[in-house]
Write a protein that binds this ligand. Structure first.
Ligand code: 4AD
Ligand code: MG
Length: 439
């Protein structure tokens, strides 16, 4: 039997191929080249049907004779180049089909594969993540990441339109950004260095020269928590703007989130249906609920939280029942917030801060910053941090630091909401958590 193995991919001009989604009745009678992964092969004896997937969708090929018997030896998910004539089809799912005249095997898949990428045989998330590259051959999964890419582009376009400048700040840093203990430390030549928890200090400093900045990057937190919404490495969309207050930042976040989701329902409706996301946002305002009001709401549900306490997981779950969609929790107790957050002048126990929630899930944290160097130094001391470790940062506050505000949006968490995923690992290609360090 003739082998399908090709000698070299250069034998065929793979660039002249046509994509599966592009072939239509207009092509009937034409001889075309298609490439893809064999997803299905139905062998009826004298005739066989293959379903082959490329990045745009599937096409059907019809085979007979020697080609059919040769294909019997080729495992599914192998990559083939198909040449054939486009013809009418009786199949319901396809407009046309390819009467296969030549097949070239470009890459053979092993058999059996570690997971079934069609999703017909279910695999655990761990097994899927172990074989992530193959997992992406599943249509629904690859669409999560195509949508992720689309949303990143929307966010960038939105922020450019608001005069924000995209920046890149170091991820190898010499001292903690947020204070706190959840830092990954390592040896940096003869010094101690850390992986950045956020771009907080840099983005604040940059308002001095650029006024409005944003950064989209990975950040690192040594959080030992094993939850469906925390990873050790996550992507955040951070922004910072001079001369805006936390209310203005909430306006920006509100417009960013609403316009993004509305855009998805218009331009990516097929994907939103695939994700079974029914959260169509028709509102133009996201409710702003004070921390104090949240305590009252929780009390009426029998969940007693004293002023100054953080909202626990069960409390957030209960709030999520009252407010199942997006809402802001504003004016958090100052003592719950990091050193850089400004308090209310007349009520210093409350801060000019907010979180954007989606039900129980925190998506954004932000606020107005302290911009006076002496007061910032005192804040560090109050939080038990050493101003000497922040001397580079503090000196910039003496160079004409503008009043400024900003926020950090957990991009993976926004993608959880958009793709209707209950586990953050679904929306991150290669998640890192307390246990997972590979692939
Ligand atoms: O709430 P966080 O810690 O706020 C900051 O980093 C501030 N510097 C932001 C600011 O400008 N004030 O982190 C911001 C967001 C969170 O709301 C959450 O969505 C996400 O980042 N996030 C995580 N996502 C996944 N895994 C983790 N371990 C995360 N930690 C924070
Ligand atoms: Mg937060």
């Amino acid at each position: 039997m003739k082998s399908l193995e090709s000698e070299s991919i250069q034998n065929e001009n793979t660039m002249s191929r046509i994509f599966a989604s592009s072939i239509s009745k207009d092509h009937i009678g034409q001889n075309l080249t298609l490439i893809g992964w064999i997803e299905d092969f139905r062998d009826m004896g004298k005739i066989g049907f293959i379903s082959v997937r490329d990045m745009t969708g599937n096409f059907q090929g019809v085979l007979t004779g020697e080609l059919l018997s040769t294909l019997r030896d080729v495992p599914r998910q192998s990559v083939i180049l198909v040449k054939g004539t486009i013809q009418e089809t009786k199949a319901e799912n396809f407009q046309v089909e390819v009467k296969v005249e030549k097949i070239e095997l470009l890459s053979k898949a092993t058999n059996p594969l570690p997971i079934d990428p069609t999703g017909r045989v279910k695999s655990s998330m761990d097994k899927r993540l172990d074989s992530r590259a193959l997992d992406l051959r599943n249509y629904k999964i690859s669409n999560i990441f195509k949508t992720r890419s689309y949303v990143l582009n929307l966010i960038r376009k939105f922020l450019y339109s608001r005069m924000f400048v995209e920046v890149n700040t170091p991820k190898i840093i010499g001292s903690a950004t947020e204070g706190g203990a959840d830092l990954f430390g390592f040896e940096y030549f003869s010094k101690k260095a850390y992986l950045a928890q956020s771009p907080q200090l840099y983005k604040e400093q940059l308002t001095l020269g650029l006024e409005r900045v944003f950064e989209i990057s990975s950040y690192f937190r040594a959080e030992p928590s094993h939850t469906v919404r925390h990873l050790s490495e996550f992507v955040s969309v951070d922004l910072e703007a001079a001369f805006l207050d936390y209310g203005d930042i909430m306006d920006i976040v509100q417009e960013l989130v609403i316009s993004t989701i509305n855009d998805l329902f218009v331009h990516r409706n097929k994907e939103m249906t695939l994700f079974e996301n029914k959260q169509e946002i028709l509102i133009d305002k996201i409710p702003r609920i004070t921390y104090q009001k949240c305590l009252e709401d929780l009390k009426s549900l029998g969940e007693k939280i004293e002023f100054g306490e953080d909202l626990s997981d069960p409390a957030l779950k209960k709030l999520g029942e009252i407010y199942p969609s997006f809402y802001f929790i504003t004016d958090w107790p100052t003592k719950l917030k990091p050193f850089y957050i400004l308090e209310h002048e007349k009520k210093p126990e409350l801060s000019r801060s907010f979180d954007l929630q989606y039900g129980y899930l925190e998506i954004v944290s932000g606020g107005t910053r302290e911009h006076h160097s002496e007061r910032l130094r005192n804040k560090l001391l109050e939080k038990g941090l050493d101003p000497k470790s922040f001397s580079d940062h503090l000196q910039t506050f003496e160079w004409g630091m503008p009043p400024h505000s900003g926020c950090g949006l957990g991009f993976d968490r926004l993608m959880m909401m958009i793709t209707n995923s209950t586990n953050i690992r679904e929306v991150v290609l290669y998640p890192r958590d307390t246990e997972r360090l590979s692939p």
